[in-house]
Ligand binder design. Structure first.
Ligand SMILES: Cc1cc2nc3c(=O)[nH]c(=O)nc-3n(C[C@H](O)[C@H](O)[C@H](O)COP(=O)(O)OP(=O)(O)OC[C@H]3O[C@@H](n4cnc5c(N)ncnc54)[C@H](O)[C@@H]3O)c2cc1C
Length: 455
């Protein structure tokens, strides 16, 4: 019998550009491919997240010729058992950089399981890009420059004629999570990721710099769920971008993902704690009825409600509106960012600890490169500016579909604004903005946070 390796699929549910998988198949080894399903996490996830993962696993299984093992449990319980059952002699995986993934790796090491880690979900692994004095970057633009100078490897091809071991029947515990009836869940899997990227290269990226801020049009790549589950690697994306300014803007967004992963690597507590600790002392309100209204898309502010309903209906939200609803939760409702971040993590199919926690902290004014706290997004102006015709609002808030722009952004200003049952505003934005600035004064954050690179 030839040597048997084990490949542990984690956040890399693809065959192409997967150096860790190539290492597992090196020298023609027979390879058992497994995914370890933590049902506790799945239970905490929203229906879209579960359905997306189930779909992605099914598609990965198809590309492995029906030979993917899916086993319920935690890695440190499942992997040692599998090693024994299948006579495995080497184990391969990509490195994780999240608290959860690192806990798995530590538990496996403590159980005496040796794993060869190759690569990560990033073009440049977190921790690699350093200042000349060896310290880490805390501001995006210098990180971006150093990241570009550091560079990354070229993508590698998918394995040729791999020998995957057929798992035992009991080791194919595929979940049957389906997306809710009538939902518009984005298609999962490596082929879908590559097809979406090819389409974006042809029809989207050259206009990305102009279109990326409009939630009502398909102006962004929507590759985030594919990147989150590793159905495409950022190297594959970066390798196709040219030097034009539109491509550069897109490359910079990929770099934000890498920057936040780097920041989280250096400050692991910031997945749930304040990056700028002075904001911990701020006076916040407890989440109650207003938080519920925010979650349910019933704040009475059309752009906020459209976005929150998009999140719950599709498991995804546009970046512009992520910022708008985050600002609204923290600065209009005075609720700590972690409550919103947890809600996002539950529903987003692209839920990513680093981008989520730091996207929230950036908007809340307490993160790296943060938008200054006193910059409070005006939900009415944001709607008028980024959804000028109101198409985005009309799509997700049918109670307002009878209104034209600009009225749709201010239903309280027209006679028939509430005729289809739209909810009244739960707060007065102008008053809450002042309240939020007053609370800022209380913690006397006298010095301004570093200037922002984001608009
Ligand atoms: C409050 C808040 C929470 C967020 N939570 C997440 C999250 O859980 N998961 C996640 O992937 N992104 C998160 N983001 C970042 C961003 O909103 C999404 O990456 C983006 O909307 C995904 O859509 P897209 O793939 O069409 O992006 P595109 O505009 O096409 O960008 C391409 C890729 O670049 C990366 N990217 C783009 N913008 C950002 C950004 N601001 N920060 C980090 N990476 C970025 C993503 O990987 C994205 O897929 C969050 C942003 C905010 C403000």
């Amino acid at each position: 019998m030839s040597e048997r390796s084990l490949f542990w699929f984690r956040r890399d549910l693809r065959l192409a550009d997967n150096p860790a998988l190539l290492a597992a198949l090196d020298e023609g080894k027979d390879c058992l491919a497994i995914f370890v399903m933590d049902l506790e996490i799945a239970e905490r996830s929203g229906p879209y997240r579960r359905a997306y993962l189930a779909d992605s696993l099914r598609r990965l299984d198809e590309s492995l010729g029906g030979r993917l093992a899916v086993i319920n449990g935690r890695a440190h319980e499942v992997i040692p058992r599998v090693v024994k059952d299948y006579g495995i002699t080497s184990i391969h995986a990509a490195k994780s950089f999240t608290r959860y993934g690192l806990t798995d790796e530590a538990a496996l090491a403590a159980a005496g399981v040796e794993i060869e880690y190759t690569g990560s979900s990033y073009a440049v692994a977190p921790g690699r890009v350093r200042k000349p004095d060896g310290t880490n970057y805390r501001v995006y633009t210098p990180f971006w420059r150093a990241w570009m100078t550091h560079g990354w490897r070229a993508p590698v091809a998918a394995p040729k004629n791999p020998n995957f071991v057929a798992p035992k029947k009991g080791d194919r515990e595929f979940p049957d999570w389906a997306s809710p009836v009538g939902s518009a869940l984005q298609e999962a899997g490596e082929s879908a990721a590559l097809a979406r990227f090819a389409h974006f290269l042809k029809a989207g990226v050259d206009r990305y710099d102009q279109d990326r801020n409009s939630p009502g049009i398909a102006g962004t790549s929507r590759l985030s769920p594919h990147l989150r589950w590793g159905e495409i690697h950022p190297r594959t994306i970066l390798a196709k971008l040219n030097q034009s300014s539109a491509h550069e803007v897109y490359r910079k967004e990929i770099a934000w993902r890498e920057f936040y992963a780097d920041v989280l690597h250096h400050y692991p507590h910031t997945d749930h704690d304040y990056y700028a600790p002075q904001f911990k002392a701020m006076r916040y309100d407890q989440p109650g009825a207003k938080f519920e209204a925010w979650c349910n898309g019933k704040t009475g502010y059309p752009i906020v409600d459209a976005a929150m309903r998009q999140l719950v209906a599709e498991g995804w939200m546009h970046n512009r509106t992520r910022m708008v609803v985050a600002s609204f939760l923290v600065k209009d409702l005075h609720i700590e960012w972690q409550h919103g971040a947890d809600f996002f993590m539950k529903y987003l199919i692209d839920n990513d600890v680093a981008s989520n926690a730091h996207g929230w902290q950036w908007t809340a004014g307490c993160g790296t490169d943060a938008s200054p706290y006193y910059r409070v997004f005006n939900p009415i102006e944001q709607g008028k500016r980024f959804d000028p015709e109101g198409g985005y609002i009309r799509k997700y808030v049918p109670e307002l579909a009878h209104l034209q722009a600009p009225d749709i952004h201010e239903p309280w200003s027209v006679l028939d604004g509430y005729s289809n049952g739209y909810c009244e505003r739960i707060v007065d934005h102008a008053a809450e903005r002042l309240e939020s600035l007053a609370r800022l004064e209380e913690i006397k954050v006298a010095k301004e946070l570093p200037p922002t690179n984001r608009a």
